[in-house]
Design a protein. Structure first.
Length: 393
């Protein structure tokens, strides 16, 4: 595997940088708003890069692994999402490519690509998170439709989604994994109710979603009845491959070095000059480098046509650990300022903020980073998968 960028890759990198600075001319930066997302999606679409992880036959750009790597690094370093279009773009589309009918592909993929329809993921239920195969939301066939009853929880973005890709139970007879069916459910169908869950930071990202006799046409079933577990497993490996957080950790590391270098003690030496801090940071950087190599190896294998498999659990587990360690370093740098006032939680601050300018942003990322060990399958579940499928224990 050759990790050196070729002259063509360097030209491509210049193209990417030009697109970024033309879309968000410095000092303007992407702010995460829908307006900025739209601007970024349109700029990518004009180059044919909006669905940059999709195969060519479905409108992807057909990048080499090196180009995909350059894209991910350059966009993340500039604070831009490598892709917009959320779970539809990144998680459902690969399932539609592999298991959707031509009609399903024609119906749903263009709307994902043009960001006309947003998707949420209906997997977890109360009591069925890690033990997902025990899920109980039931789908019963009735003429030309399934009638769905039950509830989902921790459904990110359900309140803004048009559709949910959902795991439902259609049979209790075989082993639990065999009786699961993958359905696409219209969030505006009668009987679907979204109940907000407000998190400790005051944000509304999660929901509980209930289904009361929701009719879902048979044509919205992916693949065969009872085979949903197989399809979902494929999708989870894609989700976890994208959760190595390498670009994010690289961005954090760069900011961290800057912040630590600027923090001078009474003797004028910076925190970066502290041998203990510098040694721990160097160790984290080496681990990040090793993770980056593993991610690249996986990327190359996926591009060559093989499924990521259990390797994606290694990426997710180590990726979460390293991103959390980077944010912990920021807490250390912040020292006595590591408990900033968050107006979203505590209301308007009574006094002007104190401490370095990055404190609020990085401390928010420290708290958010805890979710990396849970979402998409917990650390313990990744270890179980590695033990079974990699170490054959
Ligand atoms: C930010 C975020 C976004 C999310 N978004 C979505 C979403 O959009 N859609 C969706 O469906 N779900 C979503 N989830 C839910 C997520 O998938 C579940 O939280 C996760 O699968 C864990 O399930 P649980 O919360 O029920 O915990 P549990 O499964 O109850 O686990 C509790 C603890 O027990 C441990 N444990 C459980 N089983 C084992 C075992 N066999 N061996 C060892 N340890 C074990 C776990 O590791 C964990 O520490 C999201 C979660 C987060 C944090």
């Amino acid at each position: 595997m050759d990790l050196e960028l070729s002259p063509d890759d360097l030209c491509f990198r210049d193209d990417v940088r030009a697109l970024i600075s033309a879309t968000f001319p410095p000092p303007e930066r992407f702010d995460g708003s829908r307006a900025h997302e739209d601007r970024w999606r349109q700029a990518m679409a004009a180059k044919g890069w909006a669905a940059n992880k999709w195969p060519v036959e479905f409108g992807g750009p057909g990048w080499t692994p090196a180009q995909a790597f350059v894209w991910e690094r350059e966009t993340t370093a500039a604070g831009l999402p490598p892709q917009v279009g959320g779970m539809g773009m990144g998680m459902l589309a690969p399932i539609l490519f592999a298991y959707g009918t031509p009609e399903q592909q024609a119906r749903f993929l263009p709307a994902i690509l043009e960001d006309r329809e947003r998707w949420c993921q209906g997997y977890s239920e109360p009591g069925s998170g890690s033990d997902l195969a025990s899920l109980r939301t039931r789908a019963v066939r009735d003429g030309d439709a399934y009638v769905v009853n039950g509830e989902k929880i921790w459904t990110s973005g359900a309140h803004t989604a048009d559709w949910m890709f959902c795991l439902t139970r259609t049979s209790d007879e075989a082993r639990p994994q065999a009786g699961i069916t993958f359905l696409l459910i219209d969030m505006r169908a009668p009987g679907v109710a979204v109940h907000p869950i407000i998190s400790i930071d005051g944000r509304h990202a999660f929901n509980r979603v209930t289904f009361d006799n929701v009719r879902t046409p048979l044509e919205n079933r992916i693949g065969e009845e009872g085979r949903g577990w197989t399809y979902a497993k494929g999708l989870l490996t894609h989700e976890r491959t994208g959760q190595a957080f390498v670009s994010l950790s690289l961005e954090l590391l760069a900011g961290l070095k800057e912040a630590a270098a600027a923090l001078a003690g009474p003797d004028g030496a910076s925190l970066l000059d502290d041998p203990s801090f510098a040694a721990r940071l160097a160790l984290a950087e080496m681990e990040l480098k090793a993770l980056e190599m593993t991610e690249l190896r996986t990327l190359w294998q996926v591009q060559a046509g093989s499924a990521p498999g259990a390797q994606s659990s290694i990426l997710k587990l180590k990726g979460a650990e390293i991103v959390q360690r980077m944010t912990e370093f920021f807490v250390e740098c912040a020292g006595p300022y590591a408990a900033p006032w968050f107006p979203e939680v505590a209301g308007p601050a009574p006094v002007p903020p104190v401490g370095p300018p990055w404190v609020r942003r990085e401390l928010a990322r420290y708290f958010e980073g805890r979710a990396a060990s849970i979402a998409g399958g917990t650390d313990e579940i990744q270890r179980n998968i590695i033990a079974k499928h990699v170490l054959h224990l």
